[in-house]
Structures are given as structure tokens and as C-alpha cells.
Write a protein that binds this ligand. Structure first.
Ligand SMILES: Cc1cc2nc3c(=O)[nH]c(=O)nc-3n(C[C@H](O)[C@H](O)[C@H](O)COP(=O)(O)OP(=O)(O)OC[C@H]3O[C@@H](n4cnc5c(N)ncnc54)[C@H](O)[C@@H]3O)c2cc1C
Ligand SMILES: Cc1cc2nc3c(=O)[nH]c(=O)nc-3n(C[C@H](O)[C@H](O)[C@H](O)COP(=O)(O)O)c2cc1C
Length: 444
């Protein structure tokens, strides 16, 4: 006999699952940069790591009356430049005045013996930066100089915006308004809202006894009346109460279903043992029940890959925060092809999320798991060494279409990981992955 109750529950479960999957795909597509359907004679190119320059570029491309082709600078070749009439570049600066990943190769086209002739191109550069760094807006200026040297006509002098200030949003609106007037749209702004008071619900040290600096998992919840939303890869900008300090950014480890953001914050010390302003406050001074001003920011350049694509997550230290949201999202979607390569110092003390990792492994959501410890008595290793040891598996996963996501310290880890990936996959292979959006980094 047919058990109608079971049939009903089964149908209900399948429908709920289909609806959830559809919603995830829709949210993913909306967040992804697409080249748009604008004509090729107006180009809007971006150089962006954490999504701000991309957000401004998307707003500009959708506000221009005849549309525009929107693309990262790495995908802009000389032929497209020579046949275009107008180019807008929105370019952030990283490292020692360097380009973000998705623009790192663009200027090499200008370094050839014969300069390209861009005399029929008009261009305008918006340089994004932060005055706390010594090479303020340096990459935007390099770009501006290279285009001028190739004979392109500068429509308006290179503008600079300091993204560490509260006036940033206004300066962006002004820059966009000067180009498109009233037509400027908010689409692609990539902010899920404004600064709101978020309350500290809990804080626990995740590495008691570690030879490294303490790291804390903090849970913060939004004001009760506020509906909040974000996707894995998003960033929390935090301002301390009563402080003129610039906002600090933290990767969000949780998903909105938990109704709170979880952060993994490493307590920073300077050489005199003085704690960093934000990490000191968040880890040591802030009391439970107190609030900080927090704003959520999307980072579509560090989004979870679509579908059941194999996913390799690589990180160290507090970088686990930026990877964790993706693992949660993959579990929610039922996607199991995940490989986590995570490094810390001591195998005895540095095991954040140990129980959750064991649970994922038990439930077959982590067919690849490499935990490595630089201070272990046996088999001490950094993540980049593990990648070299696991070269064959890495090549296999990549040949099956894997996306590689890296999160954590730029100098301490990401540089070494990049070098190891180039050894194992070849420089051309890594560049191709970057070009295809399969090498995504949230590094700081
Ligand atoms: C996209 C992004 C994501 C991030 N995600 C995370 C994350 O998930 N977890 C995390 O822990 N961090 C993360 N960070 C780093 C974080 O934003 C802060 O930079 C970090 O917490 C240090 O901030 P602070 O205010 O505590 O230190 P600051 O006060 O800004 O000091 C920074 C460093 O300089 C030292 N310093 C300060 N003053 C002096 C001085 N006078 N002389 C010498 N040295 C000095 C400090 O001790 C510290 O080491 C992220 C950064 C970015 C950009
Ligand atoms: C690790 C790191 C390094 C940075 N280096 C510089 C720099 O050298 N010069 C500068 O002007 N801004 C620097 N910035 C600030 C960024 O350019 C700025 O935050 C910008 O808005 C980022 O844009 P994006 O979100 O599109 O990547 C740096 C930011 C980070 C996180």
C-alpha cells in the first residue's frame, strides 16, 4: 500500500531542496561580474581584489546610456583598446604599490619594445587607495601614465579616492555623477547596508597555549529590528566606538542563517608588546553585550563557486575565517568535493574549528584534508610545502575543473602558496586559472 504521508514528506523535501538550490544559484549569478551587453567601443575596466573597484565599475557600466563592456584589466587586450573610443579604469592598489590579481598582467603589454598606438582612445582613471599605505593610489597612477605614454587622450586627470575615510561613498558618487549625471544607479554598490551597532554575544579563545598570538572567535548580532543578509566571502568593516580610527576589515566565517557574524580575530602586537587598536579592543577590552559599528560588504571576487565544482581551500591562521563560510555554503548545498589545506603552528594548541572539521570529514564533505603545523615535532610544514608534496592530487583536482581559493596573510602565506602553485601547475596554468576566475584570493 502507498504510504501517502511518506510520499508527501518526500515531495515536500525535494521541492524545498530545489527552491533552495535555485535561490543559491540566483544569488550567485546576481553577485557575479559579467561583461555586460554594452558595445565594445566604451570599456569599463577594473583592478579589484576585495570588490570595491568592481562595485564602482558595475555602477558606471550600468549607468552609461549606451552601456559598456565591463571587464577586469587582465582581460583587456591591445586590440580591444585600439578599437575602443572611450575607456574608464577603476583601479585599486595593493602590496608595495602593485596591481590587484585581476590586473597584474595588464601593463606588461605596454612594456614591449614597441609601444601600442592608442591615439584614438580617450580615457579616465579613478585610483582607489588608502593613505595609511606608503604608495597611495600608486597602481592607478602607473596605469594613467602608461595610457598617456601610448598616446591615449586623458579626458579628466586621474582622480584619487581614499577608501579609508567616511567620505569615500560621497567621493564615488561625485566621480560617477560627473560622468553620467543624474543617471547614476546604485546597482553593484556591493554594500549590504550601512554601519549599524552589532552586539558582542560571545568570545572564545581558539588557540589556548599556542606559541603564536592568541586568536579569538567572536559572535556579533545585528540590532533586533534589522534584517541582514550576506554571502560567503563577505567582509565585515568594523569601527570602534568613540574612535577616529579607520575601519578595520574582517572575513566573515558564518552564514546569515546563524543570524550572527562570526569572526576569527588574531590579537596583533607591535614590537613593544602593544596590542593593535582594533584587534586589542575586540579580543581584550570589549565586554559581552557591548556593541561596535559594523558594516557588511560583499566580495563577489571571493564568492563560492557555482554548482558542484571541486573546491580547494587554502589558508593559514585567521585565514580560516574567510574559507569557513564557503565550507558552510557547500554543506548547505550538498556539494562534497572540497579539499581544505590549512596551516597553523602547534598541533597541540592551534586547532580552531577542530570539532566542525571532524564533523565535515565524518559526513564526507572533506574528501581532501591537509592540516599542517610549522612547529610540529614531526612532519613540520607550511601550507606551500604541503601543496608541493600533494602536487599530483592538485593537478588532478585542477584538471577536473577545481576552483582554488586562498585566504590569510598576504606576505606570510599567500606569496608562498602562489609560488608553490606556479611550480606545480606552471605559471601559464596559474594565470589561466586567474583569468577564468578559478583562482580567488582574499589576502591581507
Ligand atoms: C580584506 C581583509 C580581511 C581581513 N580579515 C581578517 C580576519 O579574518 N582576521 C584577522 O585577525 N584580521 C583580518 N584582517 C586584518 C585586520 O583588518 C586588521 O588589520 C588587524 O586586525 C590589525 O588591526 P589592529 O587595529 O588591531 O592593528 P593596528 O593598530 O592597525 O596595527 C597594525 C599592526 O601594526 C602594529 N603597530 C601598530 N602601531 C604600531 C607602531 N606605532 N609601531 C609599530 N607597529 C605598530 C600592530 O601591533 C599591528 O601588528 C583583514 C584585513 C583585510 C584587508
Ligand atoms: C593588503 C592591502 C594592501 C594595500 N596596499 C595599498 C597601497 O599600497 N596603496 C594604497 O593606496 N592602498 C592600498 N590598499 C588599500 C586598497 O587599495 C583599498 O582598500 C581599495 O579600496 C581596495 O579596492 P578593492 O576592494 O577593489 O580591491 C591596500 C589594502 C590592503 C588590504
Amino acid at each position: 500500500m502507498i504510504d501517502w504521508q511518506t510520499v508527501f514528506y518526500a515531495l515536500f523535501a525535494v521541492t524545498a531542496w530545489l527552491l533552495f538550490t535555485w535561490q543559491c544559484l540566483r544569488a550567485y549569478r546576481l553577485a557575479q561580474p559579467s561583461e555586460g551587453d554594452g558595445r565594445g567601443d566604451v570599456l569599463v575596466a577594473y583592478a579589484s581584489q576585495s570588490g570595491r573597484a568592481l562595485g564602482i565599475a558595475q555602477r558606471l557600466a550600468t549607468s552609461l546610456p549606451d552601456g559598456a563592456r565591463l571587464l577586469p584589466l587582465n582581460r583587456l587586450d591591445l586590440d580591444s583598446l585600439q578599437s575602443a573610443r572611450q575607456l574608464y579604469c577603476i583601479a585599486a592598489t595593493y602590496g608595495e604599490g602593485e596591481a590587484p590579481d585581476n590586473a597584474a598582467r595588464f601593463l606588461s603589454q605596454f612594456a614591449q619594445a614597441e609601444l601600442p598606438d592608442l591615439s584614438s582612445l580617450r580615457y579616465q582613471v579613478l585610483a582607489l587607495g588608502d593613505r595609511e599605505y606608503p604608495h597611495f593610489c600608486a597602481y592607478g597612477h602607473q596605469l594613467d601614465a602608461a595610457l598617456a605614454e601610448a598616446g591615449a587622450e586623458c579626458a579628466v586627470n586621474c582622480a584619487e579616492i581614499d577608501c579609508g575615510t567616511e567620505q569615500m561613498a560621497q567621493a564615488v558618487d561625485q566621480w560617477l555623477g560627473a560622468i553620467v549625471g543624474e543617471a547614476v544607479t546604485a546597482e553593484g554598490a556591493h554594500s549590504y547596508g550601512e554601519f549599524l551597532p552589532w552586539t558582542l554575544q560571545s568570545r572564545r579563545c581558539v588557540n589556548e597555549g599556542s606559541p603564536g598570538a592568541p586568536m579569538y572567535a567572536l559572535r556579533l548580532s545585528p540590532p533586533a529590528t534589522q534584517a541582514v543578509d550576506w554571502q560567503a566571502g563577505a567582509i565585515a568593516e568594523i569601527r570602534l566606538p568613540g574612535s577616529a580610527m579607520r575601519a578595520r576589515e574582517y572575513s566573515i566565517a558564518s552564514l546569515p542563517q546563524s543570524e550572527s557574524v562570526e569572526l576569527l580575530v588574531r590579537l596583533q602586537y607591535d614590537e613593544h608588546g602593544q596590542a593593535g587598536m582594533a584587534s586589542g579592543y575586540l579580543c581584550e577590552q570589549m565586554a559581552l553585550g557591548e556593541y561596535v559599528e559594523l558594516k557588511l560588504r560583499a566580495n563577489p571576487l571571493f564568492a563560492t563557486p557555482e554548482g558542484d565544482t571541486p573546491l580547494i581551500l587554502i589558508g593559514a591562521g585567521s585565514g580560516l575565517a574567510g574559507l569557513w563560510g564557503h565550507l558552510e555554503a557547500r554543506r548547505q548545498s550538498g556539494y562534497r568535493q572540497n579539499w581544505l589545506v590549512y596551516g597553523e603552528r602547534s598541533p597541540a594548541c592551534d586547532r580552531p574549528y577542530a570539532e566542525q572539521i571532524a564533523e565535515l570529514e565524518r559526513d564526507a564533505y572533506l574528501p581532501g584534508l591537509d592540516l599542517c603545523f610549522s612547529r610540529a615535532e614531526q612532519n613540520a610544514a607550511y601550507v606551500q610545502e604541503v601543496l608541493r608534496q600533494r602536487a599530483l592530487a592538485l593537478q588532478d583536482w585542477v584538471s577536473r575543473g577545481a576552483v582554488i581559493m586562498v585566504c590569510g596573510s598576504r606576505d606570510g602565506m599567500a606569496g608562498g602558496v602562489d609560488a608553490a602553485l606556479r611550480e606545480v601547475l606552471g605559471t601559464a596554468g596559474v594565470e589561466q586559472l586567474e583569468n577564468d576566475g578559478r583562482y580567488r584570493r582574499d589576502v591581507y
